[in-house]
Write a protein that binds this ligand. Structure first.
Ligand SMILES: [Zn+2]
Ligand SMILES: [Zn+2]
Length: 160
């Protein structure tokens, strides 16, 4: 994923983003995000400002039922690319990239944005019932004897 500064029109333009990024969940798994969308590029005199929202999709295990599902989420992106590689210009909130030979490699910065935006709550759907804490049955697809109620203490100790 690169931005070619010399080919970027002055003023505003769009930079399409379409790719895959590996290892988005780090140690949690070999997860690969599919990312697409486009960024608005502002070509100013000394800098390029890239911003926009990308769509990312990863396959993750549901936090309740543990089944894999496709999780789609939004990745806000804001980057600054400096034309003068010696300049230290920039503000603290926005990652600043430097060009090399008129080309800027965006992959690492985009990947970081994709990783940062991964939602903490990863549930396949709001009404997911999860798995039974006692017997491990997936309650979305099956019922188990222990699922409906807490064990009634009055039944304890009775012969089965
Ligand atoms: Zn689930
Ligand atoms: Zn159960």
């Amino acid at each position: 994923m690169r931005l070619d500064l010399d080919r970027t029109p002055s003023g505003q333009s769009d930079l399409p983003v379409d790719g895959r990024m590996a290892g988005v969940l780090g140690d949690e798994g070999p997860e690969e995000a599919r990312v697409h969308g486009s960024l608005r590029v502002d070509n100013l005199d000394s800098r390029f400002v890239l911003r926009g929202e990308l769509s990312a999709t990863i396959t993750v295990a549901c936090g309740r039922c543990l089944n894999d599902f496709e999780l789609a989420y939004v990745v806000p992106v804001q980057l600054v690319v400096l034309r003068d590689s010696a300049s230290e210009e920039g503000d603290s909130d926005t990652p600043v990239l430097h060009q090399r030979g008129g080309v800027v490699e965006l992959g690492d910065a985009l990947r970081e944005a994709v990783v940062l935006a991964v939602p903490q709550a990863r549930v396949c759907r709001d009404e997911c019932r999860g798995i039974c804490a006692q017997c491990g049955t997936d309650l979305n697809t099956a019922k188990c004897d222990c699922a409906d109620e807490e064990i009634d203490p009055r039944w304890e100790g009775l012969p089965g």
